[in-house]
Design a protein around this ligand. Structure first.
Ligand SMILES: [Zn+2]
Length: 373
């Protein structure tokens, strides 16, 4: 069973709780919470596989593999359409949940970005959560549990994820990706506890290039002319949009493989729908991840300037840019660095609400320039 959670790094508490639940009997509802990029969604799918698998979660059978790919008829993945998980979605789930699973041991519903239930949907969901059918499990995944109705939270077993500690992250990059120790530690620091970002930096040349570009922009922004700022804005938005195409091909191949075992026309059309949902979900995720990367890199740069200014350079995230940071940082700038970080935080908050991303980043640039000139 351990192989099911083999990809989850630095989350011993969560993994042992879930492993025990699979061995001893699982509750009907779980709330997976914690910062972005630490493996919540992966753990939710692994746990769902464990619940559905005829072999207590072997991680390797047909059922497990299909669940992990998000293509099993008894494991439904629900994510917001636009801003919200809507009442229509929940009504449909309530209707279907009462039927026995098609083939698995249990029926599992995984809600991604579960803090986006609108109020009608939350109330409709609450009814099912109060008296769930015996064969049904719900897994709610969120990085903002405080936005869920307390009545929902209280009916879920909490599973808390945390930032991956730098040593655990570095060890994973060495053992899994074969990175030499110095590179592994550098990337683990840069990623600041975010496992997905660390792995992306290892695997993708374009992610590393993008990081360099964003750091340069953060560095040059205070002195940039109006025109340079517009160019920078175009570049930032291009890094965000550029991600979607990259992984679309992987999904197509996975879909082709899945079609091979789909027998009749009905299964094929079901698979097509599932695939389309998955593509939509991935695009949404990549867009969000792109924006998160932009704001994280910007906040990291100004945070590092502040740290270097007070002589705490060893705590900086961007250890590979320490010389530049030392040349630029000054004690007099501390107030400005703090204001710049606040401007980034404000943009992060706004971006959560699906606002106009370009406009939000533009406002952030303006506020940073004001803070630092
Ligand atoms: Zn299995």
């Amino acid at each position: 069973m351990s192989s099911l959670f083999a990809d989850i790094v630095g989350q011993q508490m969560a993994v042992s709780l879930l492993t025990r639940a699979l061995e001893q009997g699982a509750a009907h509802a779980y709330l997976f919470s914690g910062p972005p990029g630490v493996g919540k969604t992966e753990a939710a799918l692994a746990f769902a596989a464990g619940l559905a698998c005829p072999d207590d979660g072997c991680g390797d059978c047909h059922t497990c593999r299909r669940v992990l790919e998000g293509l099993h008829p008894d494991v439904e993945i629900v994510s917001p359409e636009g801003n919200f998980i809507r009442k229509e979605d929940i009504t449909e789930i309530n209707l279907h949940a009462v039927y026995r699973p098609y083939e698995a041991r249990a029926k599992v519903y995984v809600f991604l970005e579960a803090d986006n239930f609108n109020i009608e949907a939350a109330n409709a969901f609450l009814k099912t959560l109060e008296e769930p059918p015996a064969h049904v499990h719900f897994i709610l995944v969120t990085d903002r549990p405080e936005r869920l109705l307390p009545t929902i939270v209280s009916r879920c077993q909490p599973v808390t994820f945390s930032r991956v500690p730098t040593p655990a992250l570095a060890a994973d990059l060495m053992s899994r990706h074969g990175l030499p120790s110095s590179d592994a530690w550098l990337l683990a620091r840069v990623a600041g506890g975010n496992l997905s970002y660390a792995r992306e930096l290892v695997k993708s040349e374009s992610a590393r290039r993008e990081r360099g570009l964003l750091l340069d922009l953060a560095r040059d922004l205070p002195r940039a002319s109006l025109m340079d700022t517009q160019v920078a804005l175009d570049e930032v938005m291009a890094t965000v949009e550029g991600r979607s195409g990259e992984r679309a091909q992987d999904l197509e191949q996975e879909y082709e493989r899945a079609l091979e075992w789909a027998g009749d026309a009905r299964t094929k059309s079901w698979l097509k729908k599932r695939h389309e949902d998955k593509v939509k979900r991935q695009q949404r995720r990549l867009h969000t991840l792109g924006l998160q990367t932009v704001t994280r890199v910007f906040a990291g740069w100004y945070r590092d300037l502040a740290l270097v200014a007070v002589g705490a350079g060893t705590a900086a995230l961007n250890q590979d840019r320490l010389e530049e940071l030392r040349a630029m940082a000054s004690q007099d700038g501390l107030r400005g660095y703090t204001q710049a970080i606040m401007a980034v935080r404000k943009a992060q908050e706004r971006l959560r609400y699906n606002v106009d991303a370009r406009c939000t980043i533009e406002d952030m640039f303006r506020a940073i320039k004001e803070a630092l000139t």
